[in-house]
Design a protein around this ligand. Sequence first.
Ligand SMILES: Cc1cc2nc3c(=O)[nH]c(=O)nc-3n(C[C@H](O)[C@H](O)[C@H](O)COP(=O)(O)OP(=O)(O)OC[C@H]3O[C@@H](n4cnc5c(N)ncnc54)[C@H](O)[C@@H]3O)c2cc1C
Length: 489
Amino acid sequence: MKKVIVIGAGFSGLSAATELASKGYEVQILEKNDHAGGRARVFQSNGFTFDMGPSWYWMPDIFETYFNRFGKKPADYYDLVRLDPSYSVILSETEKIDLPANYADLKTLFESYEPGAAAQLDAFMEQAAYKYKVGIQDFVWKPSRKITEFLSLKLLIDAIRIDVFSSFYKHIRKFFTSPTLLKLMEFPILFLGAISQNTPAMYSLMNYAEIKLGTWYPMGGMHHIVKGMVALAEEKGVKITYNAEVQGFEIVKGKVIGVKTAAGLQEADAFVAGADYHHVEELLGDGLRNYDEAYWDKRVMAPSSLLFYLGISKRLPNLKHHNLFFDRDFTVHSHEIYTDPAWPSDPLFYASAPSVTDPSVAPEGCENIFLLIPVAPDLEDTEEGREKYFEQLMDRLEAHCGVSIRDSIVYKRSYAHRDFKSDYHAYKGNAYGLANTLLQTAILKPTLKNKHLDNLYYTGQLTVPGPGVPPSLISGIVVATEVDKELKG
Ligand SMILES: Cc1cc2nc3c(=O)[nH]c(=O)nc-3n(C[C@H](O)[C@H](O)[C@H](O)COP(=O)(O)OP(=O)(O)OC[C@H]3O[C@@H](n4cnc5c(N)ncnc54)[C@H](O)[C@@H]3O)c2cc1C
């Protein structure tokens, strides 16, 4: 039996490991931290359960496909509920929109902002549905190692039909003019780590995912997905070793023969790195890495985040499960993320309150709150800087909820660049990997195989297909398929 070592127990590492084990390999995951999930880890304090990263469960079909592949379904591991409203958008101190899950109700809402917008939404969604079908069934499953993978006539026609080459910004303005509707429709694009001007229009598939497939929540918290994936991986025979940071590679004649950990050399026939790509490159050193520092420095990284995990000793009125505070100018904020990286002068932010849906994540009568400001990677991250934003966010949250909050905080933890670096070796303290811009799509992304070493592969949010939980699951399957093909010769 051939052995594969997977570095990192994030979504992509767990996915690659499970796929390889189910193909008959002996698989071991070496994970730096003391539990699985990577950016989707969880922690408990004062009776609160905090998901550390992802909070939006989109594309339930991808999770179905993942578990079905191994003869299981998500319901074997966790209970999903569809959120209604899907989320709330705070446009100003006096205007807020709750996005209904029901499509007919959503159309009515659109029509109230712009006459004819309901019909335009239908037309937009028809195209978006096609893009979702082609994008998700075809494009994202490609290993993207050679241009020839995309050179079939059908794929080229599809690439044009799904608007790979034009921007989402232009595309959406063919359908709507209302600034509010444009704001709503551009929101899902933010998940791809770039602004709509730099995102291919094919990603209107994200609107299809959000509007038609819905926003879901696994009861107990997002970490229940990880728990399910770990249980499945172990069922397939994957061994996970925690507190086992990979510190280097042992290389003989163009092949990795083992990875170095504090416990010694761990040998295998092939290696899949699910840890941050750039970090693995640093461990390899010059001559063996795929890309030099100049290459990485030129990449458009998805944003980092300043996060606050808060336990509140009372329930907060006026909050939904997901709350987007889009009550400031996003042009200025996005400029401060992408064009002229700086701490934002007046940021937009996101507040998640899972205790609105799920009483298990907070003590009775309390609220579990997670606040997120998207910020540029590679900023100087200080305690005082974090506090300044905390005070700003508190002012806005208190104004929105209409009650005092500061005096009811029983737990508070902040998290930003420094933590992303120390917990995950995140390049520039990034949160979501590499942005999905046109010039960082498919074969233009960092490739999933090392060019100098015959048996070293990469998976996760810095390679294909991109950032987010569903793409990370796909990335693991895609790389495992390549490893299997090549190990079998
Ligand atoms: C705050 C935040 C909010 C997000 N929200 C959403 C959301 O709502 N919906 C969504 O779909 N996506 C969301 N994402 C994105 C999503 O979480 C990520 O794209 C996904 O989890 C990445 O998985 P991964 O396997 O590529 O990487 P990671 O999760 O980073 O996993 C890599 C693993 O490698 C380990 N590792 C690193 N170095 C070593 C080493 N030397 N040796 C051993 N192990 C090592 C790390 O500890 C980690 O466990 C969010 C991310 C963040 C940070």
